[in-house]
Design a protein around this ligand. Structure first.
Ligand code: FDA
Length: 497
């Protein structure tokens, strides 16, 4: 409510925000979470909360009148279509050199992601978070995060025979024939439910291609894990369709937080101001960076240091498809939840997720999202002319990622006598190098903040999301974001509250 005071305000309801809310509430502290997206707790006209990937509608995109699908073309034809403008679930946020995909709604990225719950290899951790004690992370916080997220593994005997992972078995065959390690990865999708989907005894979600615009069943999004637990404490309130626009010091060491309430067309219907003793920035790498860069540049938070907005990376994301021979079909039924990857990190700087292409028809395509070692880092900056925050990333900066991915796929293509698909990202375009699913950095740990996420210059302000991580996690990021948040909040509760 306008004019209210709260002990702790959390901006955003993704991984970092949900961990903070749960642990603070368990410590007896009342928390108010502010989320710009919708609650995603009520069915639409078709009886379902979330739209299907193959049939996007207004629910699918954040305030766009046309879809912006990561794979924009198929067999030479553009596949994007007109949709009603609505506060939908997937934001394709366009900066000049990159489109950053993000989840919008209570649960953040957990609503739209592939659920791949990967802990980085221990020997790579020093490059992921150089200032963090690895023993503590691998001994305590990664296990705590995996438990809190409800991570589980696919039953390998079932995986070997089910139609819906034929694409992954083809991926394995090609990886292994070229000598690359093929690794299974855990997921937060309930694989026992998926078995029942395959058996036809429950409503389909993963086997109906649901992923990018939400899963109606069996994916353990944050709504079902951390947020459900946080709400059950009775100490956590959540305001969806509310967007934080400013945080500034107030009397008594408190902060004034300005919030726009919006409707499902994205229009502001009310402007509210509350005060908080402490504020956690958990708006995601892009959301937190945009807020902090603006608040520093406009003088609202003058004490923030020069590291704000810096150290942003795309986790080296690059996509590609390969065209298989007719004797190597990948299957018309593809589980939308990935289970495996090709690990060429040490030799070639690439970890390639064997990704689904759940079109419902046989495509003879193998599809991959590679996470690569890309040294390029961009910065956010305030543009006083437009009143917006810019990002300095350039499309050409993906070249190291393409080179790294080629260490895997050029070799596989040579071995198999196959070629790259050139029809998925445009016409005669091999690489999906225009996007990322994994924005990281912008308020880097131990630089923009201290080694536990306390922002320099303003006691009581914290960062607790993917913006703390300096640009790359060597694998998919949400387990690391969650584990780091578990580490930091434990310290903050013990020493600051
Ligand atoms: P996150 O983005 O989750 O949450 C931030 C929240 O803050 C959002 O809900 C946002 O709406 C809200 N917000 C922003 N600004 C605000 C403001 N001013 N006021 C109020 N609210 C605001 N990772 C992985 O490990 N495995 C995977 O399989 C995948 N797959 C995948 C697929 C796709 C399509 C996407 C887009 C992403 C993935 N990811 C992934 C990435 C993963 O989802 C991502 O890294 C995390 O969600 C980031 O967590 P954070 O807590 O940093 O922010």
């Amino acid at each position: 409510e306008n004019g209210a005071h709260v002990p702790v305000l959390v901006i955003g309801t993704g991984y970092g925000g949900s961990v903070a809310a749960l642990r603070l509430a368990q410590a007896g502290i009342d928390v108010h979470m502010i989320e710009m997206g919708m609650a995603w707790d009520a069915p639409g006209a078709d009886g379902k909360i979330f739209a299907n990937t193959t049939n996007p509608d207004g629910r699918s995109y954040w305030l766009r009148t046309k879809t912006e699908q990561p794979l924009s073309n198929f067999l030479g034809f553009p596949i994007d279509r007109d949709i009603p403008r609505y506060t939908g679930i997937l934001d394709a946020e366009n900066f000049s050199g990159i489109t950053v995909y993000q989840g919008r709604g209570v649960g953040g990225g957990s609503l739209v992601n592939g659920g791949m719950a990967v802990t980085p290899k221990r020997e790579n951790f020093g490059t992921v978070l150089p200032s963090v004690n690895a023993d503590e992370m691998y001994g305590t916080y990664y296990p705590r995060a995996n438990a809190g997220l409800g991570v589980n593994n696919v039953d390998l005997a079932w995986w070997e025979t089910t139609d819906c992972y034929q694409y992954a078995r083809v991926g394995r065959k090609h990886a292994q024939r070229s000598g690359f390690p093929f690794v299974f990865v855990p997921n937060v999708y309930d694989f026992e439910y998926m078995k029942r989907e395959a058996a036809g005894t429950v409503p389909k979600s993963s086997l109906a291609g649901e992923i990018l615009y939400g899963n109606n069943f069996a994916k353990k999004s944050l709504q079902k894990t951390y947020i459900a637990q946080a709400k059950a404490t009775g100490r956590v309130a959540i305001s969806p369709l509310h967007k934080v626009t400013s945080v500034a010091p107030a009397a008594g060491g408190r902060y004034t937080v300005a919030i726009d309430q919006i409707n499902t067309s994205g229009d502001t219907t009310a402007t509210k101001t509350v005060t908080a003793d402490r504020v956690f920035f958990a708006a995601g790498s892009v959301g937190t960076s945009k807020l902090l860069v603006k608040l520093k540049a406009t003088g609202a938070l003058p004490g923030l240091n020069a590291e704000i907005g810096k150290g942003w990376g795309d986790n080296g994301n690059v996509m590609c498809g390969r065209a298989n021979h007719l004797w190597d079909p990948t299957g018309s039924l593809q589980a939308s939840m990935p289970t495996a990857g090709i690990d060429n990190w040490t030799a070639g700087g690439a970890f390639a997720e064997v990704a689904p292409l759940p079109t419902g028809i046989e495509t003879f395509a193998s599809f991959y999202l590679s996470i690569t070692r890309n040294p390029n880092r961009a910065a956010f900056s305030w543009n006083a002319g437009t009143g917006k925050v810019d990002l300095s990333w350039q499309t050409a900066w993906k070249q190291p990622s393409i080179n790294a991915a080629k260490t895997i796929f050029d070799k596989i293509n040579a071995k198999e006598g196959t070629i790259y698909r050139t029809d998925l990202f445009g016409v005669y375009k091999i690489w999906g190098d225009h996007l990322t699913y994994h924005p990281l950095g912008g308020a880097v740990l131990n630089k923009a903040t201290d080694n536990h996420g306390r922002l320099h210059g303003h006691p009581g302000l914290y960062v607790i999301d993917g913006s703390l991580i300096p640009g790359n996690t060597t694998v998919n990021p949400f387990v690391t974001i969650t584990a780091l948040a578990e580490r930091n909040i434990e310290k903050i509760i013990a020493t600051d509250l």
